[in-house]
Design a protein around this ligand. Structure first.
Ligand SMILES: [Zn+2]
Length: 199
């Protein structure tokens, strides 16, 4: 686990669920977990587009209840690893992971409100209803929606060494091999940063 200042270049997957899974980098070699603290999860959420008003509430909550925040981080990461298993299933399937996602989803569903969001009905969670589990709940709801759209012929694992990021290939030709041309796509750069890509 390393401290990492998230930047826009860390969100290249084309879907927030995949970007969340990509908060562990180098899954192909020596995985590095970038979520070293609950506050880091919140700062990732800000960048990833979770509603800022909800996240503001969480910052204060985490300071007031550090132990509960640490536990909420553990649970968010467990969801992340469950999603990795479901997105890159072993030959035997991922029944255990599906059961774990069900638990996260049920916990999120218990906090859900169905309401009008910008003229459309949507199932949403709030920091008020979810507390420190808000990021996990938000992502569990999004994850089930995303997984229901699979299999996708456009879901890829980056071919870069020390990367292992997932992404959706939205290119016209459908032949994108890298999470990001500027990092993994540039073979020169990949060699030069062999031990430090994305760090
Ligand atoms: Zn990559």
């Amino acid at each position: 686990m390393v401290a990492h200042q998230f930047q826009p270049r860390d969100l290249v997957a084309g879907d927030i669920v995949l970007d969340f899974v990509n908060t562990v980098t180098a899954r192909d070699t020596d995985p590095v977990d970038w979520l070293d603290a609950y506050a880091r999860l919140v700062s990732w959420g800000r960048l990833a587009g979770l509603p800022p008003a909800e996240l503001d509430h969480l910052d204060a909550e985490a300071v007031a209840h550090p132990r509960r925040a640490a536990q909420a981080l553990v649970e968010a990461k467990a969801l992340r690893e469950t999603l990795w298993e479901l997105l890159t299933p072993p030959a035997g399937g991922a029944a255990d992971a599906a059961a774990r996602l069900t638990r996260s989803w049920r916990s999120a569903a218990a906090a859900v409100t169905v309401s009008d969001v910008g003229g459309r009905l949507a199932a949403t969670v709030t920091a008020e209803a979810s507390g420190l589990a808000y990021p996990e709940h938000f992502l569990a709801l999004r994850a089930v929606r995303f997984l229901e759209s699979l299999p996708s012929p456009r879901l890829r694992v980056c071919g870069g060494r020390h990367c292992g990021w997932l992404f959706l290939d939205t290119s016209k030709a459908g032949r994108r091999r890298w999470c990001d041309m500027a990092t993994c796509g540039n073979a020169e750069k990949t060699r030069r940063h062999r031990s430090a890509v994305h760090l």
